[in-house]
Design a protein around this ligand. Sequence first.
Ligand SMILES: [Zn+2]
Length: 328
Amino acid sequence: MAFTHIFAGDPLDRADAERRDDQWIAERLADSNSRILPFWRLNPLATTGDEPKLAWQDKSALAQAAKNAVPVLLGLRDDVAHFAIDVTGGSKVPADVDGTGEENPAELFGLPDGMAFQDARGVATEISGEESGTLAHARAVVGWHQRHGFCPNCGEATRSTKGGKERICDACGAHQFPRTDPVAIMAVTDGERCLLGQTRARRTSRFYSALAGFIDQGESIEEAVRREVWEEGGIRVGDVRYHSSQPWPFPSSLMIGCIAQATSTDIRIDPGEMSDVRWVPREEVLRALEIASAPNYSLTADPGGEGVRVPGPIAIAHHIIKAWANGE
Ligand SMILES: [Zn+2]
């Protein structure tokens, strides 16, 4: 299928061969043609206004980085190197320089008007699809470095190599690689109805979504689908069909979307995780999808009316539910 989810579609050549050469990376970091994307608390610098774009900077952005921050080589496009850099904690100046009571790190770094560090999830729906893919790539790796400064094997400090796609422990020789955590997410169907669940965090809303869960160790995708649906809803599942997948960099998931057929119908909810699981008729699902596709749809701004609410098009859940509802 030709569809590309938000957070997929990064167009950069990931430069696997070039990133083995530290000298080449150093030269590219010193090259004023190279583009560097700063992150503040895992939120990217982007232009403000109606059609935001990632606000790539030149090498001067490196001076603003935190002392131990690692420039991550994301890759190449048209022979231009693209990096990400974490500037969280990169300035000694108190954050509230303009006295408004709000942190505005863009001011600290002397950036021109018209750019700001923006919520990664919010801005992902406004920038181009390609840029959302680059954002997902960059955010996942920058976050991984924040959390992996020390060796899980011996506890000593580790150092970045391969342009930020590996960390090495010099004390014990262990290598660590940025991780991706697979999550199975599934539209479970029974003829003219689809199984949707509401997590406890959403229990005061009308918000429902596809069931989902991390794939366990020693488990296939199909097995994870069947286990999660049984645990959360008490429903047995037969056929499992892969639909599509979506990177989800919060912090580093890969959502694996499936459409699955139920072989039982009596729901038994796991009250520890879910406040409700229910069969929703196709007509109600189609209405909810239409509402969720409106511009500026949000879970907090309820437009009223009857029925459940489902995720908007940023999420793969929307698309697997839609694929079933449209009979694909
Ligand atoms: Zn070690």
